[in-house]
Write a protein that binds this ligand. Sequence first.
Ligand code: PMP
Length: 359
Amino acid sequence: MTRVYNFSAGPAALPEAVLKQAQEEMLQWNGAGMSVMEMSHRGKDFMSIAAKAEADLREIMAIPDNYKVLFLQGGASSQFSMIPVNLLAGKNKADYVLTGQWSKKAVAEARRFCEVNVVSDTSDSRFTTVEDQSKWSTSSDAAYLHYTPNETIVGVEFPFIPETDVPLVADMSSTILSREIDVSKYGVIYAGAQKNIGPAGLTIVIVREDLIGKAMDNMPVMMDYKTHADNDSMYNTPPTYSWYIAGLVFQWIKDKGGIKAMAEINERKAAKLYQAIDDSAFYSNPVDVNCRSWMNVPFILANAELDASFLEEAAKVNLMTLKGHRSVGGMRASIYNAMPEEGVDALIQFMADFEKRNG
Ligand code: PMP
């Protein structure tokens, strides 16, 4: 059976080389006589897998030594509450940039713990833009500034890193590893794994050490970064298999030339897809050109009645999971690192053919 080009927003496509290696190692890993899934997380085999994954992630992202890397569960959604619980540190206010559905959820969760000051709200433009930072209304007493560099649903991506004196917190779920970033500009970076890192079930948190150990009183131990930092993410049983696959993905990125090389491919893939959309009168993308996502490319057809046949015919040529998010409609092509350039080429070709027949 052929593998399709899977444009899912997440869980998303994984590199085929990674899946093949996992297949080869499925029954027994490296002479251990058992699958990674069956290993104790405290045994030397899994400890070596875990340590290598962390070391490789540190290398590809150039994570400074004064940051901890945590391998947690609970998804990015758990971080929506773990952020205020750990970072308020006695303050009662936090600044949030509202640029889409995911930052909206982060705001709602933070409101359970503190006053939230929304510094910029682009809901009036249906989240199709990012407001210049000079127009933001930041507060003087915020504990931190939270933003979502890439909003997965509408496909809006920050063209800049916000400047701030307070710890900068980023939900990088759908952009981590897609381009180089300067980790030292951040207090906390977090991401659910199921887009650009590996399988669902793993959440990566990269946190500056001085921000650890200040959690609110009487919070569950599992919500305190210190619990996980002090125990190398093994206070309880971590998501071992997802951690292992993430490690294979980090190795794959290294083999490909690192994040710089990935970014060049990503930029090219996105540019040609947006070009195809802009060149046609049949497809359109509503996001401001300077903040269009490299990872999630939504587009709508001139006639929404053709949506069903677009999806049906795309599936026949192995282009899958292109349906847009229910709140936006139309289509969305998520083109994370694991989507080969040929997949984007095939989509562009199909879009042109479909337009010729229906436009
Ligand atoms: N933030 C962003 C930007 C996302 O795209 C998603 C998931 N699509 C989430 C948060 C929620 O992640 P999780 O399902 O891992 O809780």
